[in-house]
Design a protein around this ligand. Structure first.
Ligand code: 5RP
Length: 222
């Protein structure tokens, strides 16, 4: 039986095989996406592929650059050929929770402009219902913390907490300079909750991907 790490790598390999010369590629964030970045760098070197990359986080752009893949800024793109990313939870309809790495805002922007959104994951990410184990990450403008919290209660959040930094006191700051609230919900309608959360003033983006989802053939779970 494959370890989780082997399964992530296998899913990443399958995704990278779909990439063709001349394409614009969106790079996701997280340990599974990192495997794809490593495999892409090997293909670029071995086959001399001419690809353009955009990254969904500083972490991703640092790894890609270290491996010789220069990343252009997302702001210059309005269409990508393929974007490859991991997920925290995947339900049977391929609705996702993302944002374990706090990069879901840029990830959603990136995947909204891609022709093919490829999700790569090990099978532990498959769930019957979103949100049973994993919270919904919500990126907020810092001054909106109290009013967002009040609205999370209105929408039925069972529990919520500000994500704190591991290496400094206080909130974890996103790549956009904002904060993240992780909220636990019973999610019976992912699309409705995704849209409702984004209606709250001060919410930049949440980690439910129901509006933007992969096609079945592009959800590569090993
Ligand atoms: C980052 C994400 C990641 O794709 C998600 O957290 C999965 O991470 P990993 O591949 O490390 O399990 O959404 O914002």
């Amino acid at each position: 039986m494959k370890s989780i790490s082997e399964a992530k790598k296998e899913a990443a390999l399958r995704a990278v095989r779909l990439v063709q010369d001349g394409q614009n590629i969106g790079l996701g964030t997280g340990s599974t996406a990192n495997f794809a970045i490593i495999e892409l760098s090997k293909r670029v070197k071995a086959e001399g592929l001419n690809l353009r990359f955009v990254a969904s986080s500083y972490e991703t752009s640092h790894l890609a650059t270290k491996l010789g893949l220069d990343c252009l800024s997302l702001e210059y793109f309005s269409q990508l050929d393929i974007s490859i990313d991991g997920a925290d939870e995947i339900d049977p309809e391929l609705n996702l929770i993302k944002g374990g790495g706090g990069a879901h805002t840029q990830e959603k922007i990136m995947h909204s402009m891609t022709k093919r959104f490829i999700v790569i994951a090990d099978s532990s990410k498959q769930v019957k219902t979103l949100g049973k184990a994993f919270p919904v990450p919500i990126e907020i403008v810092p001054c909106a913390k109290s009013i967002v919290s009040k609205n999370l209660e209105r929408l039925g959040a069972k529990k919520y907490k500000l994500r704190v930094s591991a290496n400094k006191s206080g909130p974890r700051i996103t790549d956009n300079g904002n904060w993240i609230i992780d909220a636990y919900f019973e999610i019976d309608n992912p699309l409705k909750l995704e849209l409702e959360l984004n209606k709250i003033s001060g919410v930049l983006e949440n980690g439910i991907f129901a509006r933007i989802r992969p096609n079945a053939k592009d959800c590569l779970v090993v």
